[in-house]
Design a protein around this ligand. Sequence first.
Ligand code: DC
Length: 232
Amino acid sequence: MSGAREGLVVTVDGPAGSGKSTTARLVARRLGFRHLDSGALYRALTFALLDASVPVETWPDLTRGELEALGVSVEPTPAGFDVRVGDRVLESELRTQRVTAQVSQLSSFPPVREALLGLQRAAGRHGRLVADGRDMGTVVFPEADVKIYLVADLPERARRRLAERGVTSPDDDALAAEAEVIAQRDRRDSTRAMSPLRQPEGATLVDTTSLTIEEQVEVIVLRVRERMAAEG
Ligand code: DC
């Protein structure tokens, strides 16, 4: 695929809490590539619908045209992309509990996936991209040069998600409750009809359960450098 582009496309897929976004951002920084967090686009659409007070029960019936009219866009920055709704650049708005509670369901609707496909592909047009999500290597960039599939044990993913929210020594009940939330999200993301989460063909499987972030970044950077060397 890289023949038509100026640089490589690297995809990083995996379930919630596998460390995708952090890892992809750091890999991109090490390589001097841009990072695309595709989950942020699904979150931006969710935010835009909530912000426009579109009732949640009508979301399954929204058309691609109606979704596109919400004005979600991505603008390249030196390190990655700003995600916008209209003129507004979204950051912390994407991570609220309200958005997180609705995004997985919204992302299962085919018109939503169709509305966001072109934006993601455009971000990879010139290569030099590390894109993370659920379907980067399977649907959005099936011809990517390097594909990574990150996994980690469920209790470890629950621990990481709690640590992100500042809970560093959770008791067993808190851990079990978080694990259940993640397991539900995994089930929704991997059983939906369109673009379900699965390991892309040809992807390198990286189990991050007992790796540090630095170690998982290193594994991927090495893999990309091998590929660059092979291409000459
Ligand atoms: O990675 P994240 O938590 O920001 O993703 C938010 C939701 O968006 C997640 O529940 C699944 C969905 N998503 C998707 O369906 N496909 C992607 N490429 C990225 C995210």
